[in-house]
Design a protein around this ligand. Structure first.
Ligand code: FAD
Length: 286
């Protein structure tokens, strides 16, 4: 089933994300975590794509398993800035062969050494290419706080419109910790004629290492309420995990209450976190 058809239904959806192993050694552990998350029967699951494409086979393997073994609708991420057109064609052939019909088309981060492949410059070009190569449902990324490279939010939204016009059928947001940022972004994109479904990406922050990584991503605003939680529980791993899951769950409840129907949890290969959030929403998702 195409994810756009799931998102068009008049219901709240909950989806989870997994990332592929960095080495073949950890493949079994990731596959086991994926199986446990799939057993929660989310509306769909996404599988990320390693920067640079070095682990692209693992993305295909995990996505294929989700679809073929567990019957979960699957969204395979695919980046382009370090890829050739030939590699993209091969990836699409493999995904199609395994029945995966949904792709999140991304540019990918520019590698630190600036070395790129030159076939693609922006995600919109990949969107266009995928749409030309078969019956895929194609989604894209968006940034409620603006993408780090964009001069300002208006410019970023103009580029986003180009991606939609290229055939991008839905958007998934970068993580955010203050829902007002998303509400403001939705207002601005709708005003610019972007009407596709937007899936809110929620990151349950459950340890201090994650927080340091988020802080290193310029532009992510951390509300005082969130900072107080980190100050109080940051050095106590189990308390931080509990507080992080509750913070994310409260964010989700507020979003749903305000009409944001599609929630994607960055579940980071952690079945217990996915299960904890889902259990706290059991009546809301009914
Ligand atoms: P684009 O949409 O191409 O935008 C990138 C920048 O270029 C923006 O600043 C935009 O304003 C600008 N731009 C766009 N078009 C033009 C134009 N025509 N002229 C000038 N400027 C333009 N990375 C991975 O490596 N693997 C993943 O699996 C992955 N999954 C992600 C999932 C989500 C939901 C999100 C939000 C991000 C994900 N990323 C992933 C990170 C993503 O690859 C980076 O954020 C990357 O820097 C931008 O990718 P994009 O597809 O948003 O790029």
């Amino acid at each position: 089933m195409k994810i756009i058809d799931i998102l068009r239904q008049d219901k709240v959806t909950l989806s989870f994300e997994v990332f592929p192993p960095k080495t073949s050694d950890s493949y079994q552990a990731v596959a086991a975590a994926t199986r446990e998350i799939a057993a929660l029967r989310p509306d769909f699951m996404s599988v990320t794509y390693g920067a640079g494409g070095g682990t692209s086979e693992h993305t295909v393997g995990i996505a294929a398993g989700l679809h073929e073994q567990y019957g979960v609708e699957t969204l395979a991420h695919l980046t382009c800035v370090s890829s050739t057109k030939e590699h993209v064609r091969n990836m699409l052939d493999k995904l199609r062969a395994h029945g995966v019909e949904n792709v999140l088309a991304l540019r990918g981060d520019i590698p630190a050494d600036g070395e790129v492949a030159h076939d693609y410059h922006y995600a919109a070009e990949l969107v266009r290419d995928i749409k030309a190569q078969g019956d895929f449902c194609v989604g894209g990324a968006c940034y409620p706080e603006g993408h780090v490279e964009a001069a300002n939010k208006s410019e970023d939204i103009r580029h986003l419109k180009t991606k939609i016009d290229a055939g991008c059928e839905f958007l998934t947001t970068q993580m955010f910790f203050d829902n007002n940022i998303l509400y403001n972004f939705l207002y601005r994109i709708r005003e610019q004629g972007i009407t596709v479904p937007v899936v809110a990406g929620i990151m349950p922050v459950t340890n201090v290492k994650q927080i340091k990584r988020i802080l290193s991503m310029s532009g992510t605003y951390l509300p005082e309420r969130f900072k107080a939680i980190v100050d109080r529980f940051g050095q106590n791993p189990s308390a931080m995990k509990q507080a992080g899951v509750i913070y994310a769950t409260e964010q989700i409840i507020d979003l749903i209450a305000n009409g944001v129907n599609h929630i994607h949890v960055y579940s980071m290969n952690k079945p217990e976190i996915a299960a904890g959030i889902q259990a706290s929403l059991s009546e809301i998702l009914r």
